[in-house]
Structure formats: structure tokens, C-alpha cells
Design a protein. Sequence first.
Length: 60
Amino acid sequence: MPTHGSLSKAGKVRSQTPKIEPRPRRKPIPRIRNRRSYEKRVVLGRSAGQFQPGSRGYRR
């Protein structure tokens, strides 16, 4: 079967593309993250998960 283009050209564009460094990932420090989750759970009395009955768009 004939191929669509020669294998000698494989990877041409990727090798010509300039390499850029990724941005460093910024996550909150575990102590702060745990404190925020404690405040939401205990102080504000929210339940876990994305579903929150008091949020906008909730119908009975």
C-alpha cells in the first residue's frame, strides 16, 4: 500500500518548534489547604462535594 508522505519527514514540525519552559504549578501549602477545608466543613457547616442546595439554579 502506498503511504501518505515519506517516513524520513516524520517529526519535522515538532523538532523545529522552539521549546518553552512550563509555568511552575502553584498549589496552596498543605497546612493552608487543610485549614480552608476545615473552615468550610466545620465553621461554615457545608457538606462535601459540588452539589450545594443553597447555590444558584437549584429548584425543588
